[in-house]
Design a protein around this ligand. Sequence first.
Ligand code: GDP
Ligand code: MG
Length: 341
Amino acid sequence: MKAGYVALIGRPNVGKSTLLNSLLGEKVAIISNKPQTTRVSILGVKTTPAGQIIFIDNPGIHKPLHTLNRRMMNFVYSALETADLVCLLIDATERFGHGDEFVVETLRKVTTPLFLLINKVDIIKKEKILLIIDQYKDRLPFKEIIPISALKRTNLNILEEQIYVVLPEAEKLYADDMVTDRTLRFQLAEIIREKLLERVEEELPFVTAVLIDSMEERKDIGSREKEEEEKSPETKILSVDENRPVLNSLSPNQRQKPGKPKEKKQRTKVTYISASIFVERDSHRGIVIGRQGRLIKEIGIEARREIERILDSRVYLELKVKVRKKWRDSPDVLDLIEGQR
Ligand code: GDP
Ligand code: MG
């Protein structure tokens, strides 16, 4: 049996999180077209008859300007130390530039086996792949160079086979049904952030963070009135006592796969979730709330739908937008966000 850690490394936006989700067949990390979406390392465990691959999805390699970003880069460095294999992902649609040079320099010190994954080949001409291989092959000692599409799942089987060639003989490190090291609390906060990222531009993606303040499950309903109420779902509802205990995570096999809404069925529990969105300035707050509260409402509705599928529960989601000046340099806020692990 083989088992080991595979670090997914690369610049922001090259498709690391998309690849993680595709390899696992489950949404573990959020995706966006904005850089620096992933802020911490996320483990994704794939157990097969051949063994166990533990993927480490990481923040993108970038020059850090804030404490947040230094901490993001520390996740990258520690993943490089842990890994039995490093997969460097590059975006086939982008030209080689300073950012790529910085990545190559970062990896030069690494002695772990290295793969180059040329991602997004679904949207480039085949000839370009050869040019990219030429550009990269002498820069670092790659054991394998594999063109892939994380989105369309092209060549992912080949990738997995090659990973097993490199991984050491070892016993499984995690239980068979474990999919991620991240808690439900973290995942829910990330889902809210994903819906936010889909709707904001410019500096907003960088200056927003989401924290789950409280989560409480209540046995409820079954009654006619509540069924009626379900037909006109709302997002912002009750205020919830923030000191109530947090629910435990669901086991992975209770989780719903993305994009497959459950058959319409009566859900008999209700989960009350209260979350805070941190921004850095009053002007940011206005943007996130939107005109007549429209944007925050949209974010809430979209997030609630996805959370309901995951929890298999009706959900009341209360979102508050809080201004925390310079939170990206405030260790207490950063601890809170990372502490949702
Ligand atoms: P990360 O920052 O490296 O984790 O990148 P993400 O996984 O968040 O993806 C960044 C963007 O690239 C998203 O808009 C993805 O949909 C897109 N993307 C990722 N993989 C592919 C791919 O194989 N093909 C195409 N066309 N787009 C991709
Ligand atoms: Mg990512």
